[in-house]
Design a protein around this ligand. Sequence first.
Ligand SMILES: NC(=O)c1ccc[n+]([C@@H]2O[C@H](COP(=O)([O-])OP(=O)(O)OC[C@H]3O[C@@H](n4cnc5c(N)ncnc54)[C@H](OP(=O)(O)O)[C@@H]3O)[C@@H](O)[C@H]2O)c1
Length: 268
Amino acid sequence: MKFHLLGDPIAHSISPHVYSAAFSEWGIDAEYEVSRVSSDDLSEAMRNPQICGGNVTLPHKILAASIVDEMSDEVQATGACNCYWRTEGGVLSGANTDVAGLTAALGESEFDVLGSRVLLLGAGGAARAALHALVEGGVSSVAIQNRTLEPALALKKTAPNIATLVVEGEVLDVTYDLVVNATRLGLKPTDPDPIDLGMITCKSVYDMVYIPGKTAWVRSAIKRGIPASDGLGMLIMQAALSLRHWFPDQEPPIQAMRTAARVALEEA
Ligand SMILES: NC(=O)c1ccc[n+]([C@@H]2O[C@H](COP(=O)([O-])OP(=O)(O)OC[C@H]3O[C@@H](n4cnc5c(N)ncnc54)[C@H](OP(=O)(O)O)[C@@H]3O)[C@@H](O)[C@H]2O)c1
């Protein structure tokens, strides 16, 4: 059985280590490989008959939602898909495990989102999932800031029932309970911080990006005494939820997956 991670860039991903740990714990003959694909080739890659399913990562999650034949409620609500598989009838099914993955990771990190004011940075596929998870978690408002205005406005439209605001220019002078980074910034060591924490007041920080030794932004938050987590917890939880879609009768070995991720990051 073969599973793929489709995206571009893709080299930073430690997902193959995480899934291999699960397959080996279960004692099943399955492989998980990364495959760098362009937008033009995404549909063909997702429909490759030799592949049982897989994950989609940046920058293709929104495009993937338009490729699957049937979609979960989360894909419908967010317009983004990060997990797909072919059913016995050959139908391509899509889910968004980032939503519950982020909810679980925020819970693990003891960030209580109920009633909170959130600043969400980014408006791509990951931000779609983040906004949905935050709304489901009962936040009171979300301010969205993105480099480009259009995707931020499109993101706002996906959450019509709560107070969302698209911030242009400087973020508003309010205290945020939580700031979530759903941009790509932090993946490369030369990246600037997604936002200068000296310029805002916030009580906690969640960075969806993960790299060996934590991102500079998370380290800067911790230095300032702000509780902060990187995206490793979310990576594990969304992977566990993807496994539940592909292998509904198996219990994901979360501890083994976590250990494999830590080792892979230490060795990277
Ligand atoms: N931990 C996890 O499990 C997990 C899960 C999902 C995603 N992620 C991470 O989340 C990040 C975003 O993923 P995605 O799928 O949303 O990617 P995406 O769809 O390609 O979106 C990228 C986002 O980053 C912004 N961006 C890119 N370059 C930028 C720059 N130089 N300055 C400011 N903003 C910039 C984009 O803004 P524009 O709209 O202006 O281009 C957009 O908002 C990635 O680092 C990914 O690894 C982690």
